[in-house]
Design a protein around this ligand. Structure first.
Ligand code: SF4
Length: 146
C-alpha cells in the first residue's frame, strides 16, 4: 500500500528515523520541551488513527531541539550533521518499504510488524542510544503491543 493522498488533518511531521526512535523512547529518559514533544508524537504514533507527514528532513521534534539550526539542520555531535541524519531517515524508510508522504499510522504499524532486530541493528548500530542498551528491546516491545 502506498501513502494516503490527502494532506488534510496532519497530526505530526515525523522524519524517517524517528519512526523507530519514537517507539524506543521512554518519557522518563529525558525532560524538557524536546521530551514533551517526543512524548506527544509517540502518543499519536501509538494510535492507529493518526496521520503523519513522513519526511526526510527536520520534523516536529527537530523544531524544539537544541541541536536544530535553521541554516544547516541537525548539528548534534552524535546524530548529525544533517546529511548523515537524512541518510538515516532514508535507511529507515527503506527497511519499512516506505516513501516520504502522508501516512496513516495504521499503515506504518503494519510495516513495523515485518521488522526484525537484525534489520534494525543494521540501521541503528551506530546510535549512542542503541549502544547504551535496551533500545532494541523497547522498540520491539512497543511494536509487539501495536
Ligand atoms: S538531534 Fe538532530 S535529528 Fe535529532 S531531533 Fe535534534 S535536530 Fe532533529
Amino acid at each position: 500500500m502506498n501513502s494516503t493522498s490527502s494532506k488534510d488533518s496532519i497530526d505530526a511531521t515525523v522524519r524517517g528515523h524517528h519512526l523507530l526512535c519514537l517507539l524506543a523512547f521512554e518519557s522518563t529518559q529525558q525532560y524538557g520541551e524536546f521530551a514533551s514533544a517526543f512524548a506527544s508524537m509517540k502518543a499519536l504514533y501509538l494510535s492507529p488513527d493518526s496521520t503523519f507527514e513522513v519526511v526526510v528532513g527536520n520534523d516536529d521534534a527537530c523544531a524544539v531541539c537544541d541541536y536544530y539550526s535553521k541554516e544547516v539542520g541537525c548539528t548534534s555531535p552524535e546524530d548529525g550533521p544533517e546529511p548523515r541524519v537524512r541518510s538515516l531517515d532514508e535507511m529507515v524508510l527503506g527497511i519499512l518499504g516506505m516513501k516520504p508522504g502522508i501516512w496513516k499510522t495504521r499503515e506504518i504499524h503494519s510495516r513495523l510488524s515485518t521488522l526484525t532486530p537484525q534489520r534494525t541493528d543494521s540501521v541503528c548500530g551506530h546510535c549512542p542510544w542503541h549502544l547504551s542498551g535496551g533500545c532494541s528491546k523497547r522498540l520491539f516491545d512497543s511494536i509487539g503491543k501495536l
